[in-house]
Design a protein around this ligand. Structure first.
Ligand SMILES: [Zn+2]
Length: 49
């Protein structure tokens, strides 16, 4: 399981097709809505810097 960075839910990367690659890392989301929120405002959801 991985964590959806937008809503914090656990996501199974094998089951979800909603994903986004950023800076060499792949992020998985529970829904299209979470993916869109992430793409529009990455800085808010990424940990660190
Ligand atoms: Zn989500």
């Amino acid at each position: 399981m991985v964590t959806d960075p937008v809503c914090g839910r656990d996501v199974n990367p094998v089951e979800t097709t909603v994903q986004s690659e950023h800076d060499g890392e792949v992020y998985y989301f529970c829904s299209i809505n979470c993916r869109e929120a992430f793409v529009e405002n990455r800085e808010e959801y990424l940990p660190g810097d």
